[in-house]
Design a protein around this ligand. Structure first.
Ligand code: GLU
Length: 448
């Protein structure tokens, strides 16, 4: 069989059956187009139609989320949970609350999650969920009532051995608290392992909040080390200013780098002294305000609503905002300014054109399913602590996170080389390594 032609046929069929879901097509395309060498080496996976099967979610749930706003008016949103793959463990992946959420977005995220989770080596399957609810401008009471209504439907699909959600964009510690409270009330069970990202005092793990950002920086550090480099004295641009970005900035600083710019959905701020983390946290978390107020508080900083944060010259770029935020043009600007490494803290922030631009220019590129695996890896560590009723220290948990990121990095390189690529081809390595782990389990478990 001509493997490449077969892959094209599978991809065309996925696009046809999932019409109108461009992000899902993009995520599937990226994985499928890496798989030819793996399927050549493993004709049994071709025979078992693993690629076709893994592209079809095991289960997709869509539900109504009715709630009452502060004015007493009924509101209605749409809730989703896509339980994509349980080959390696219970479905695992975050919930995203954002007006852009639709089935295609949840499916792209769930699909990525399968391979990311496989790469962690921590026995977790892949899933994702969320709602088109917009938390922006909503009161505490509205957020709580929305979360309660969302969980009133979702709870029946969850369980510590079945499906374990966590946070993503728009879902942080506050929302996980309300979701957990409602799950506990409905089921009459303190089932700590049913959600991750919980508060430290009631089943949460140290370092979970920091894990995605820290992990992305650990991954980038490993990439730089392959060229005998480090973060020391390096200029770094981080896009976004949410949870992932904030802790990426913190870790870059700890490793001796300077984050000269970060962004939000309205613009970006450049601070050549290095982004002042306390000020940023104050602006974003305490006041839940816009980034423009950073520059108001610090006159030496410059805020811009025009252009892109990726036009700011840097050695390392960490896109930590959202999907497709870094397009071909941005990649061109980064390359022109001499970027050495790019690691994705967000899920699929770089467009296919951007990735191609980095590849042609020889820029080290860490795809999200490897570079941002630290968040979900630490969720798995939280599940471990819950299952053993244990509590680990921050240092212990961070050390485990660092070692997971090191092995994800090393395995991507080794697999890329084994399958005929350059060790620097992290896209090839991550996609093949993630796929093979899932394919092996699916084959062993039969056609289910
Ligand atoms: N939403 C995060 C991700 O994209 C974390 C998921 C989790 O911890 O389950 O990987």
């Amino acid at each position: 069989m001509n493997v490449s032609a077969h892959i094209e046929a599978v991809y065309a069929e996925v696009c046809r059956r999932n019409a109108g879901e461009p992000e899902f097509h993009q995520a599937v395309g990226e994985v499928l187009h890496s798989l030819a060498p793996a399927l050549h080496a493993h004709p049994e996976y071709l025979e078992a139609r693993i690629a076709e099967r893994v592209c079809e979610p095991e289960r997709q749930v869509i539900f109504r989320v009715p709630w009452v706003d502060d004015q007493g008016r009924p509101q209605v949103n749409r809730g989703f949970r896509v339980e994509f793959s349980s080959a390696l463990g219970p479905y695992k992946g975050g919930l995203r609350f954002h007006p852009s959420v639709n089935l295609g977005i949840v499916k792209f995220l769930g699909f990525e999650q399968i391979f990311k989770n496989a790469l962690t080596g921590l026995a977790i399957g892949g899933g994702k969920g969320g709602s088109d609810f917009d938390p922006k401008g909503r009161s505490e009471g509205e957020i709580m009532r929305f979360c309660q209504s969302f969980m009133t439907e979702l709870y029946r699909h969850l369980g510590e051995h079945t499906d374990v959600p966590a946070g993503d964009i728009g879902v942080g510690g506050r929302e996980i608290g309300y979701l957990f409270g409602q799950y506990k009330r409905i089921t009459n069970r303190f089932e700590a392992g049913v959600l991750t990202g919980k508060g430290i005092g009631w089943g949460g793990s140290q370092a979970r909040t920091e894990a995605t950002g820290y992990g992305a920086v650990f991954f980038a550090k490993e990439m730089l080390a392959t060229r005998g480099e480090g973060f020391e004295g390096r200029k770094v641009v981080v896009s976004g200013s949410g949870n992932v970005a904030v802790y990426a900035i913190e870790k870059v600083r700890a490793l001796g780098g300077t984050v000269v710019a970060c962004s939000d959905s309205s613009g970006y701020v450049v601070d050549e002294d290095g982004i002042d983390l306390e000020l940023l946290k104050g602006v974003k978390e305490v006041r839940r305000g816009r980034l423009s107020s950073y520059a108001e508080a610090k006159p030496k900083a410059r805020y811009s609503e025009r252009g892109s944060v990726f036009e700011v010259p840097c050695d390392v770029a960490l896109p930590c905002a959202t999907q497709n935020e870094l397009a071909g043009q941005d990649a061109g600007a980064l390359v022109k300014n001499g970027v050495v490494a790019v690691a994705e803290g967000a899920n699929m922030p770089c467009t296919p054109e951007a990735i191609e631009t980095f590849r042609e220019a020889g820029v080290l590129f860490g795809p999200g399913k490897a570079a941002n695996a630290g968040g979900v890896a630490t969720s798995a560590l939280e599940m471990q602590q819950n299952a053993s009723r244990d509590v680990w220290t921050f240092a212990q948990t961070e050390a485990r996170l660092a070692s997971v990121m090191q092995s994800v990095h090393a395995e991507c390189r080794a697999t890329a080389e084994t399958y005929g690529g350059s060790a620097d081809d992290y896209v090839l390595g991550a996609n093949i390594e993630g796929f093979l782990r899932v394919a092996e389990a699916m084959t062993a478990q039969g056609v289910v």
